[in-house]
Design a protein around this ligand. Structure first.
Ligand SMILES: Nc1ncnc2c1ncn2[C@@H]1O[C@H](COP(=O)(O)OP(=O)(O)O)[C@@H](O)[C@H]1O
Ligand SMILES: [Mg+2]
Length: 276
């Protein structure tokens, strides 16, 4: 991509800090986390369980407020849910009593907005769900349900798609299929994507950059560029370069986990006071 350096970030996380108030006291989940995501970029976030990945993603969506710092979308602070941001979660969260079509249209009913039926039909077709519109979630496989969730998230034509371990519950073959599908959709739409995943292979396959978070409190520990051309074939994914990158990221996460206690020792004395 040319001129990337001069473009304004699509999403900008600046000094994101989040403290959860729990029964056993304050819990610092994110500590001055900063990250820029450029327009059309795919960025993956990886890191040990509980390090604050979901907290970071929800704050990017505007669904959760931060204790400190800010998130900017196209240079403007995000203060609440935003129609320009679509989300996909590990569970498809389809309503069991509604068929697939009516599940996809549900958010439009809630918002009393008219769906772009042509666009939705093209998405349904794109994810291979043609002819399944009348089926109920229980009649669909996990992969098909997640395809529907993807259509639902893209139906509003978001400029940013946030995904929290979207394929974590699927078997590995279905997961690979979904990875290819996301790559294809991205090649068509160039939607900016932020993806949380436990799979380093998935992160490398899909991303322009892989962000490694430290153990809680989450901070950006390192960022790896993924320079391979798209579409990323099986041949590319089997190269030594990919293997080396995968190992480097894995080592970083494991190393980070080992230094967990060192990281905890280095916690700042004062936790910033909530601003709300
Ligand atoms: N609503 C909440 N209330 C209190 N603690 C929370 C809440 N959500 C998450 N946490 C805690 O914050 C930390 C980060 O959680 P999370 O962002 O879900 O991590 P990850 O997605 O990386 O596994 C964890 O220790 C988790 O237990
Ligand atoms: Mg999580």
């Amino acid at each position: 991509m040319t001129g990337l350096g001069s473009t304004m970030p699509k999403l900008r996380v600046r000094g994101a800090t989040k403290v959860y108030e729990t029964r056993s006291g304050d819990l610092l989940a994110l500590d001055r986390c900063s990250l820029d995501v450029m327009p059309g970029e795919i960025v993956s976030i990886v890191g040990p369980s509980g390090c604050g990945k979901t907290t970071l993603l929800w704050s990017m969506s505007g669904l959760h407020g931060l204790t400190g710092g800010e998130v900017l979308l196209d240079g403007k602070a995000i203060t609440g849910p935003n129609p320009a941001i679509g989300m996909v979660f590990q569970e498809a969260n389809l309503l069991p009593w509604r068929n697939l079509d009516s599940n996809i249209h549900f958010p439009f009913e809630i918002k009393r907005e008219k769906p772009d039926r042509e666009w939705i039909a093209s998405l349904v077709s794109r994810v291979g769900l043609d002819g399944f519109g009348g089926r109920f979630p229980r009649e669909l496989s996990g992969g098909m349900q997640q395809r529907a969730a993807l259509v639902r998230a893209l139906s509003f034509k978001p400029s940013v798609l946030l995904m929290d371990e979207p394929f974590g519950a699927l078997d590995s073959f279905t997961r690979e299929e979904m990875n290819h599908l996301v790559e294809e959709i991205w090649m068509d739409t160039r939607t900016t994507i932020v993806l949380i995943t436990h799979s380093i292979e998935e992160a490398i396959f899909l991303s322009d950059r892989v962000v490694v978070l430290s153990p809680r409190p989450g901070r950006v520990a390192n960022i790896y560029e993924v320079p391979f051309p798209r579409p990323r074939s099986m041949e590319i994914m089997a190269t030594k370069e990919v293997f080396d990158l995968q190992n480097a990221i894995k080592r970083e996460i494991v190393g980070e986990q080992k230094s967990r206690y060192a990281a905890l020792q280095a916690l700042p004395d004062a936790i910033p006071a909530p601003t709300h």
